[in-house]
Design a protein around this ligand. Structure first.
Ligand code: OGA
Ligand code: MN
Length: 279
């Protein structure tokens, strides 16, 4: 069975035309993973999965990451889904959700081996804002001159929770209030995927470049963010209820356009764990 899809933009995205029954087919799941490696973001317009179907499809695609259960949440039942919402009735501590307004990749500040892919389905959409923007960092890497690729490949980057939430905080808030040194990871700037394809591992959670002067490193970080978010690498998804979007986490930097808590916007997220790649 060949997967039926349209290219969304030349350098990012595919819209997959499938019905819910196909999602139980292991061959279809394998083809989705291949397409995800190629396109970085897959959209399943208004496929309308139930929670059970989303969990079953996640499991069909690979090993489910328990990342969700390690993120602070209010309701003890959030072990299978991570609910993305600003609705105070569902989530009192909304700071991590507010931080999704800024470019990031999921889980890179807490995992040395961050999630491989994220599945997000729209349960309730916002009338104003709430579109999700994706930047294909495979394409951004591949478009660099060879000399620059080689230079970047040797670099390692410190990512911190504090840097990730910095844009939503008042200047008086200190790193210690966000776990300080304990919530930092060091990641390669260039990530090699199982397929052998490479992408840039980017986001506002980048704090410094290892072995580089702070200011020089931050200037590089700022240029890389600008480079990767050029229009040709980017796709903005306007959600309809029932849409499912899957992104290759370390190849699809993303952020959401601000929306109001009162909109009731609610997304259900599951994640796929990364497999260790032999060095
Ligand atoms: C996420 C995320 C963006 C959105 O779930 O990791 O960044 O559109 N979500 O809610
Ligand atoms: Mn995210």
């Amino acid at each position: 069975m060949a997967i039926n899809y349209d290219i969304v933009k030349p350098r990012i995205g595919a819209a997959v035309h499938a019905d819910r029954a196909q999602l139980r087919d292991p061959d279809f799941a394998r083809e989705c993973l291949e397409l995800l490696d190629e396109r970085a973001v897959l959209v399943f317009p208004e496929i309308g999965l139930t929670d059970e179907e989303q969990l079953a499809f996640t499991d069909m695609l690979g090993e489910r990451s328990v990342f969700a259960s390690r993120v602070p949440t209010d309701d003890g039942e959030e072990t299978e889904f991570y609910k993305i919402t600003l609705d105070p009735k569902i989530k009192k501590d909304n700071q991590y959700v507010l931080a999704t307004f800024f470019w990031h990749m999921d889980g890179v500040t807490v995992e040395s081996d961050p999630p491989k892919a994220t599945l997000l389905s729209a349960r309730q959409v916002s009338a104003e804002g709430g579109e999700t923007e994706f930047a294909n960092t495979f394409a951004a890497y591949e478009a660099l001159p060879d000399k620059e690729k080689a230079r970047l490949e040797s670099l390692r980057v410190v990512h911190s929770v504090y840097a990730g939430v910095r844009p939503i905080l008042d200047y008086s808030v200190t790193p210690e209030e966000w776990g300080g040194e304990s919530v930092k990871t060091e990641q390669p700037l260039v990530w090699t995927h199982e397929s052998g394809r490479k992408s840039l591992l980017l986001g506002v959670q980048m704090e410094s470049i290892v072995g580089m002067e702070l200011v020089e490193g931050r200037a590089l970080i700022s240029r890389l963010l600008e480079w990767a978010t050029q229009p040709e690498f980017k796709y903005r998804h306007k959600w309809s209820e029932g849409d499912l979007v899957i992104w290759k986490n370390l190849g699809a930097m993303h952020r959401v356009i601000p929306y109001d808590a009162a909109s009731g916007r609610l997304m259900h997220r599951t994640s796929l764990a990364n497999m260790k790649v032999a060095a």
